[in-house]
Structures are given as structure tokens and as C-alpha cells.
Ligand binder design. Structure first.
Ligand code: TYD
Length: 346
């Protein structure tokens, strides 16, 4: 390991979807580095997401909130952290429309607290962000890292604010900050509030698939394994102060995404139900990923392969998602989809 190779990493949100996949990815690549998962275990952060990793000699867990400066500071001291990777966030657009303030609190103030601790201790911070900060991207354009930010949902606005705080810390204090902006990520352990796991589990249960509006919105679906490899490339070879898009560089419509799910699971298209659209729904996201390619990274999965692989994972892991669907998610589903799917048994 070189002198600046991260040895002790604080992975905030390490029990969440991308976070837990990254913990698994990182420990398989660098089993001698220390990984401290710092997570509040809210609804999408689950101990189960780390599965077989509990008991790994290099894995430590701290129950904590990223807005709690004292606890973050103390954890960084205790484990001699030399890199913070911030996966902790509220991430679901629909939730941000229903209860926006918690997004500002966690995504903006939480990131700010982490930046402050990183500044105080003189350690590096990597911010895990999203393509949603660019807002709707008209065809045939793609967004590059230097393009203007036009966030359009409370979620996207909170992530854009966090990105800009991170850049401000690089410019003002010279803090070693890097940022990745990932596209729609799919794979194991994603909470079923998001489209691909929601549609996969609904299809497996024989329930309607609620497609917002005409279903012609476009997204770039990247497999979480590729997303993790992209973050790794930036951690190992990225430049401080730089931002890197992570995605396949392609985009497909929601109806194409649903067809892949239904085809993979052998289910009928009659399950498709067009429902009332999401307010302010971004029509299209599309990323230029050439900057990350220049670091030697390339996506291994196409959008279609990533979605099919994910649908298969949900088909084989009902023991993971059934308890979630039977828990508090049931109430959210009722509140959010009850009006949209009035004739369906929720
Ligand atoms: P989502 O997974 O929520 O990601 P994002 O909104 O951040 O892109 O949704 C992906 C796409 O699927 C998006 O265009 C919204 C759409 N969608 C539906 O049509 N129905 C749904 O019930 C959900 C959750 C999403």
C-alpha cells in the first residue's frame, strides 16, 4: 500500500443500498483495510444488508447520525480514520416531496458536519452524489461534470447543496474532496420504494406495477457493482477537487425498464398500470462518463443487463424483501399508491 492509500475508512450509510454494496466490494478488494460503518439504521439502512460480513475482523459498526458532530469526531479519532466516504443520505424523490425537511437536515447539514470533521482532522472526504443534481436533460444532450446544476426536487436540491458545500471546502480550505455523481443504481439490497425493486417485487407478488404518467421518462440504470468500481477508481486514482459522473452513458425509458423486469420474471404486461404522475417529474437524465473512463473504469453491465440481474436477485431473495414489505413500508405504500391504484388490493 502506498503512503496515501486509505487504511481506515469511515463509511457513513454503510448499511444502506450503495453503502453496503461498497463495504462488501471494498473488503473483498482490500481485506486488510479497516472499515467503520457509521449508520443511523433508519428505514433503508438495515443490518441485514451486510449479511455475511458481520464478524469480519476488519469491519466495525457505530450507530450514529451524520448530523451529530461530536459522535462523528469521536468515531474518527477512535479508529484513526483517514478517509470518509459519505453514502448516508435520504434518497427517494417521492419521500422528499412528502417530507422535504429531513432531506435538508440529513443531506445538507449531515454532509456539512462530515466536511467540518474532515477539515478539523485534515482527512480526505469522498461525497457520493447523484445525476439528479443536473435536473432534466433534453435529448440528445448529456451532462458533464462542469455543467450547471438545475435540481428540481427537494431531494435533488439537497444533494446539489451538499455537492456545492464539498466544492467550497476544497476551494476555501484546500480539503481533499472528491465527488461521484451516480445515475440510477440497481442491484441487491435496494429498498423496494425505488422503481426497479418495487416493480420486481410487485411482479413477483402478482400486483400491479404503478407507472407514473406515460412511462416514457428516461434513466441511465447502472449496476451497483459498476457504481462501486467507479467510486473505487476515484478513491484510488481521482484528483482532489474533481467530480466524476458514474453511469453507463446510455438511457432507457421506464416502459423499457419494466419490460426487462417482466420478461426476466416471466410475468405478463397486463400488470402495467399507468397512474398519476409524480409532481415535477424529471423527464430524462443522461450522463457523459468519459471523465471516469479516463481513470480506467468502464461499466460491465448495460442498463438492460443491470435490471435483469437485479430482478433475478429479488426473485431469489424474498427472505430479504418480504419483511420490509410487511413492515412500515406497507403504510407508506398505502399512503403513496392508495389513490393511484384505487381498485387494487394493496
Ligand atoms: P426511482 O427509482 O424513484 O428513481 P428516480 O426518480 O430518482 O429516477 O424512479 C425511477 C423512474 O421510475 C422515475 O422516472 C420514476 C419512475 N417510477 C414510476 O413510474 N413509478 C413508481 O412507483 C416509482 C417509484 C418510480
Amino acid at each position: 500500500m502506498s503512503a496515501d492509500f486509505p487504511r481506515s475508512l469511515l463509511m457513513t450509510g454503510g448499511c444502506g443500498f450503495i453503502g453496503s454494496n461498497f463495504v462488501r466490494f471494498w473488503l473483498s478488494r482490500f481485506p486488510l483495510s479497516t472499515v467503520v460503518v457509521y449508520d443511523l439504521l433508519t428505514y433503508a439502512g438495515r443490518r441485514e444488508n451486510l449479511g455475511e460480513l458481520w464478524g469480519h475482523p476488519q469491519l466495525h459498526f457505530v450507530l450514529g447520525d451524520i448530523t451529530d458532530l461530536e459522535r462523528v469526531r469521536q468515531t474518527c479519532h477512535e479508529y484513526a480514520i483517514d478517509l470518509i466516504v459519505n453514502f448516508a443520505a435520504e434518497t427517494h424523490v417521492d419521500q422528499s416531496i412528502a417530507r422535504p425537511l429531513v432531506f435538508t437536515e440529513t443531506n445538507v447539514r449531515g454532509t456539512h458536519v462530515l466536511l467540518e470533521v474532515a477539515r478539523e482532522l485534515g482527512i480526505r472526504l469522498h461525497q457520493v452524489s447523484t445525476d439528479e443534481v443536473y435536473g432534466h436533460v433534453p435529448e440528445p444532450q448529456q451532462r458533464s461534470e462542469d455543467d450547471a446544476l438545475w435540481p428540481r426536487s427537494p431531494y435533488a436540491a439537497s444533494k446539489a447543496a451538499a455537492d456545492q458545500l464539498a466544492q467550497a471546502y476544497f476551494i476555501t480550505y484546500g480539503l481533499a474532496v472528491t465527488t461521484t455523481r451516480g445515475s440510477n443504481t440497481v442491484g441487491p439490497y435496494q429498498h423496494p420504494e425505488k422503481a426497479v425493486p418495487l416493480f420486481s417485487t410487485n411482479a413477483l407478488l402478482g400486483q400491479q406495477l404503478p407507472i407514473y404518467g406515460d412511462g416514457l421518462q428516461q434513466r441511465d440504470y447502472v449496476h451497483v457493482h459498476d457504481h462501486c468500481a467507479g467510486i473505487e477508481a476515484v478513491l484510488l486514482r481521482g484528483t482532489a477537487g474533481e467530480i466524476y459522473n458514474v453511469g453507463t452513458g446510455q438511457d432507457i425509458t421506464n416502459l423499457e425498464m419494466v419490460d426487462v423486469i417482466l420478461g426476466t420474471l416471466g410475468k405478463d404486461r397486463c400488470l402495467i398500470e399507468h397512474v398519476t404522475d409524480r409532481p415535477g417529474h424529471d423527464r430524462r437524465y443522461s450522463l457523459n462518463v468519459s471523465k471516469l473512463h479516463a481513470l480506467g473504469w468502464a461499466a460491465q453491465y448495460t442498463c438492460q443487463q443491470a435490471i435483469a440481474e437485479t430482478a433475478r436477485w429479488y426473485a431469489g431473495h424474498a427472505e430479504w424483501w418480504q419483511p420490509i414489505r410487511n413492515g412500515t413500508f406497507r403504510q407508506y405504500y398505502q399512503e403513496h399508491y392508495g389513490q393511484r391504484l384505487p381498485d387494487t388490493d394493496l
